[in-house]
Design a protein around this ligand. Structure first.
Ligand SMILES: [Zn+2]
Length: 152
């Protein structure tokens, strides 16, 4: 079973202060503590209380909260397939045979984008081995941009 977002368990915004989180935790724990639930159907209360405890453990401590925030944003970025980095086209290696630009990824795979993709105005190079992507920085150069000496 997946633990819901700690902030939503506590009913606070991710930007909430430590005091707000603490208040929310104390208010909720009084409300849903298993000892206060009627015996019948207590199990759902137990689950809620457990989730609340886990959420408070993660967010009640500044260092743990920062770690959790980082983990959450990494998870969101992964889900969105966010751009990991921006690399200048000049820094990428060009594979003459495949007509493809590549750049080493930290996973030991490599980002790759073909000349055709660039020609179509695409600038996102996904890694071949993992879910990371980079944005390729380049200046669009059109073939017919003469040096200026060619008369119209
Ligand atoms: Zn990779």
């Amino acid at each position: 079973m997946e633990q819901p977002d700690h902030y939503s368990v506590l009913g606070v915004a991710p930007t909430a202060t430590h005091e707000e989180i603490k208040r929310a935790y104390h208010a909720l724990s009084r409300k849903i503590h298993p000892d206060r639930q009627p015996a019948a159907g207590a199990s759902s209360g137990d689950v809620a209380f457990h989730q609340l405890s886990v959420a408070w453990e993660a967010l009640g401590d500044e260092a743990r909260r920062r770690a959790y925030d980082k983990q959450q944003s990494a998870r969101r970025n992964k889900a969105r397939g966010v751009v990991q980095d921006e690399i200048d086209l000049d820094e990428m290696a060009f594979d003459e045979d495949a007509r493809t630009y590549t750049f080493p990824c930290r996973c030991s795979g490599s980002y790759s984008i073909s000349e055709d993709d660039l020609g179509l105005g695409r600038d996102i190079a996904p890694c071949t081995d993992c879910s990371l992507k980079i944005r390729v920085l380049y200046e669009a150069v059109s073939d017919d941009s003469g040096g200026g000496d060619g008369a119209p």
